[in-house]
Write a protein that binds this ligand. Sequence first.
Ligand SMILES: Nc1ncnc2c1ncn2[C@@H]1O[C@H](COP(=O)(O)OP(=O)(O)OP(=O)(O)O)[C@@H](O)[C@H]1O
Ligand SMILES: [Mg+2]
Length: 259
Amino acid sequence: MTAILRSEGLHKRFGAVSAATDVNLSVEEGEIVALIGANGAGKTSYVNMVTGYLRPDAGRIRLGETDLVGMKPRQVTRAGICRSFQVAQIFGELTVLENVLIALAIARGGASSGWRGLSRPEWISASEEVLEQFQLAEHRDATAGTLAQGVRKLLDIAMATVASPRLMMLDEPTSGISVDEKFAVMDTLMSALRQRGVTVLFVEHDMEIVERYARRVAAFYDGRIIADGDAAEVLVDPDVRQYVVGGELHRRGGQGGGE
Ligand SMILES: Nc1ncnc2c1ncn2[C@@H]1O[C@H](COP(=O)(O)OP(=O)(O)OP(=O)(O)O)[C@@H](O)[C@H]1O
Ligand SMILES: [Mg+2]
């Protein structure tokens, strides 16, 4: 196995708050890794540092031999890492197909050619293939803003994969999705990403999702990684149970699901 992502000694402060203190995390090709941790533990900050949205105060991040620190998000995408955000980033007034076409145009640098460029037959067929993989074909001509939350999430992640990433970072893929939809959405999205040969790192509060889909778990607490390893071992680690899992169960009891 070869590490495709290596992050070493990452530090990031916001005034008195430490969002990252000596964060070290490497991801092997083909792994599915969950990042867990209470609100404010530093999960999104980590994803933001890797994807160029936040510059670490110190540390190194490399994809293969490429140094990512200092790159803009667009450059990180070109280097091979795509992401999704806690809130789906879609164009609500456009159709599902049009959303994917735009994502494809941006990824391939053809967005300036306007709608005429988007209607190229090869782009339409490439987009339809993506819709098939993400089980979105039946929604092809639906207006994206009218989709159920789970379908909207799938579209959002489908759009992020058209740039053919080696590594996909998903920030809370099941947030806002109903309990009834969450496993179906995750099954579809994990199988689509596997088909595309993508390594996956996802942030998740829902321990049922973590247990079912992640082979490896890294637990964040107060800007640090307090445990990292096989999911089955990390999830029963006493510190993780005290600082992470217990809080999530409490949160679920109080809120009726992840956020
Ligand atoms: N741009 C920012 N400016 C100031 N503080 C920030 C900023 N981004 C994050 N923080 C702080 O850094 C800490 C880590 O935040 P982060 O968003 O990484 O947490 P998280 O683990 O993703 O939490 P959640 O589960 O709520 O999404 C928090 O205390 C947060 O308030
Ligand atoms: Mg977050």
